[in-house]
Design a protein around this ligand. Sequence first.
Ligand code: GDP
Length: 713
Amino acid sequence: MSVTLSPSGSSVSATTAPRACGSDVRNIALAGHSGAGKTSLIEAILYVSGCVERQGKVDEAASLLDFDPESAKRKISVQLSLAHCAWDDRRFTWIDTPGSPDFLGDYVAALRAVDDVLLVTPAVANGELDHGLEQAFDLGHAVNKAEAIFINKMDRDNADFYGTLTALRQRFGEHIVPAVLPIGSGPTFEGVVDLITRTAWIGSGRDCRPAPIPEDMRDAVEEWRAVLIERAAEGDDELIEEFLDGQELTEEEIERGIHEDLLGGRIVPVFCGSALRGIGIRPLLSHLALEFESPDEIPDAEGTNPQTGKRQTRPCREDAPFSAFVFKTFADPYVGKITCFRVLSGTLTPDTVVRNAGKGTEERIGPLFRLRGKQQQPLTIVRAGEIAAVAKLTSTATGDTLCDRSQPILYPPIAFPEPRLTFAAYARTKSDEDKMGNALARVSEEDPCFRSRRDEETGETLLEALGETHLEVALARLARFGANLETRPPKIPYREALTRSARAQGRHKKQTGGHGQFGDCWLTVEPLPFGSGFEFVDRIVGGAIPRQYLPAIEKGVREAMARGVVAGYPMRDVRVTVDDGSFHTVDSSEAAFHTAGVLAFANAARQAGVRLLEPIAELSVTIPDANLGDIVSDISTRRGHVIGIEPADQTGYQIVRAHVPAASLQRYVSDLRSLARGRGSFFLTISHYAELPAHLSEPLIADYEHRRAEGNL
Ligand code: GDP
């Protein structure tokens, strides 16, 4: 097909009439707990569909999809990856998403690119579902994706298809219905029966042949087929009437019913197989090809006009103005930047200039390609509904909208999970330090769930991540950009506070050769309520100190407060009143009064007594009812106290609110995961400061004294 550019820079197809697009396109994200077999399943699909000649194996670090060094090293996907294949005249794009909660951001991003989600879960013996699966299911459901489930690892000794099915139906509902049943289990697992066509598919990999249904499965097949048909008929008046009349629905009618129910979220078909051995793949692909949602069936994409802020929509059609959403950026020091996007409307060809709607910049689109792992396959055009990639965009990052220059539209950004783990980072060498800024910018551009910021109070560079593995992976990526960083728990921003009011003198007198130095002031220091800030009051009468020296005294006081008096931590909420002093016409200077201010403040503060305060977080934890007792007692071991417990919106969950010292929550992300077995979430803000207990403040004060005595401050 030849292609021309429209005057606005968007591309149109020159030789074919505009068509409703995408009906042969399927964009599917694979999701579920880490280790469920998502990557293996895509590898099996690529092999069975004839796209690759050998099935990649994650265990041999020979997976096409786990191509990035961190995924290959850890044998878990740490970021999304893409693949594509064709089957039954449909063009599939697969997005393999990481299962660990540390990399949830990429699943959330993938949901912006796909229409369908295939959840993968192992066939578990005890029927207990993984939290990763539940979370992925709920997130996909919340944004109206069509969902199906693949029960994997049917070849394992303890595989229990029916137990897993029961657990799925109990957790998610009766609309979870099998579309296939397994033939055998564990070592005897050899294929599946397709409930719609009543065909057994036996064999593995590409060697998968139709066969008669095993005799001992006939009853189960009819029983579950009836359940499937009842569900499939439900969303369609015509079909439900036929069904209630006792008429046999044709295979096409059942497929149509399933398809409509999938669009409406009324059915979640269940498949099964073994990704490792390539069993059950063929029937899975055929069902997905026939029944899953295609891009032209979803509602028009909604955005706003970046100039007016007015709501706008774009249909998934080739003849609409071009618009695309960037869901992923890969940053690599050797390969450069790769931007992955889904075209929501119109078409795009290489050498087009498009607008980045949010940033107001323009980007020239170079060669377009689609990704299979890290392999790039060139494309001459990308149409609405399709997913593609482009290299070397300059200003575009994840979550941005690219659009036709003359018809701008801005799509909402991705609602990424908030990072909850914070560590301080230190460069190992001078060279690491030089590269740190650029590396941090690159890595956080690629992964918006990883952030860095400078803590004004402690002066540290803080790294924020979703969990410890996420942080480790980010550190490895930073190292690839030349910044080797060491992490430490962040310094706790303790503060010093006055215990009561006091008045003291600061007198600075020095006689050296010519001009001497002389400054002398009396200050009263008073503690103020938390958050009041600093007040400096001038009560000088009778010209005890000339006015021009007061700013120097105030500066000295502020400096002494910032430096701290007993343990090196800053002091905040204080009123300082200067009411007396003396001066010398020749020897007094701003510098001398500045020093007098420092001395007077330190003397007055010591006299008043200084205590240490620590930041207290208001913690809000959402956990299943069953974990309530454990969470509450854990909070008290962290020196916290519960201020309220209430039911959460999600049934079976409670929200516990508590005040807890921030210092004891530094690893709460990981601790909560093990306490609530991955089912908890939390949110915290610093709410106030409270006195640090003596057994904790005394060592800090002693250490400061020691360093001061050694001249080490
Ligand atoms: P992901 O984290 O969900 O992508 O899971 P992987 O595809 O990386 O697989 C995790 C582990 O499970 C690897 O050791 C795989 O070899 C293994 N695995 C995947 N699918 C199967 C299967 O069908 N049967 C068996 N026995 N093992 C499997």
